[in-house]
Design a protein around this ligand. Structure first.
Ligand code: SF4
Length: 247
């Protein structure tokens, strides 16, 4: 303190009338007894504790349902599966895609639509001229949660046993729109046997949720000439989705 006063007196002698003091100088000039008590460390500077991941009620219920599916032995497909394929994506998705059943890649990885058909589905979702969304924004599941051997079509008994899981999954996710991929998904959800060619391109109601059906990505890989029709269906879905968001 004494040194500071001496220093300012010296500055005056050389003609300096005013000096902007630095915060450190101001602190040095305040007598110790007048200084405020040191503030406790702020929350920001306090060492951070590891935060537990926040899991919503919906996510917890979906995880519970997935665990139930893992143990399911209601139909013979449990004997041949490598693992169950519950579904994946955004639990708060506004659009939910429903396919038929897992294939070999899905059975191996435990995730839906990860093989060649999955690549086509990703393109259908992400292509800006089609749906133009990120795959992570939507939710993807199948009617059957276990792979039928040799990718054969699901049998009615298998669907009857497994369908309850899909119903619960849809009720938990509560999507704004459902897109049924292929005849099996459309037939299961709409309770009809109409060919997919007649079901596509129209809106239906699935327990209060608008549903549109289109061709399965595997079928589109085998018959690319139908892609044009599938793109039209997805553009209908895109329009409905964008109108809802604009409201
Ligand atoms: S296909 Fe469905 S009903 Fe059959 S064992 Fe798998 S989870 Fe259970």
């Amino acid at each position: 303190m004494k040194d500071a006063v001496t220093y300012f007196k010296y500055l005056k002698t050389i003609g300096v009338e005013y000096v902007e003091p630095s915060p450190a100088t101001v602190q040095a000039l305040i007598p110790a007894e007048q200084k405020p008590a040191a503030a406790p460390p702020s929350a920001a500077s306090a060492p951070k504790k590891e935060e537990p991941a926040i899991v919503s009620d919906k996510e917890a219920k979906l995880a519970e349902l997935a665990a139930k599916v893992t143990k399911c032995k209601k139909c013979p497909l449990h004997k041949t599966r490598t693992q169950t394929v519950f579904g994946s994506g955004n639990p708060n998705a506004e659009i939910m895609f429903v396919g038929e059943a897992p294939g070999a890649d899905e059975d191996e990885q435990g995730l839906p639509f990860v093989g060649r058909a999955g690549k086509t589905l990703t393109k259908m979702i992400e292509e800006p001229r089609v749906l133009g969304m990120k795959r992570e924004e939507v939710y993807i599941a199948n009617v059957l949660k276990c792979r039928p051997p040799n990718n054969r079509p699901p049998e009615p008994g298998e669907v009857a046993h497994c369908e309850g899981f899909l119903k619960e999954q849809i009720a938990l996710i509560r999507p704004a729109f459902i897109c049924a991929l292929g005849a099996h998904a459309a037939h299961t959800l709409l309770k009809t046997n109409e060919p997919i060619g007649r079901l596509r391109g129209k809106w239906f109601d699935y327990e209060g949720v608008p549903l549109i059906a289109t061709y399965h990505p595997s079928f589109l890989n085998r018959s690319p000439e139908y892609k044009k029709e599938a793109w039209k269906d997805l553009l209908m879905l895109k329009d409905a989705y964008q109108n809802r968001r604009a409201r």
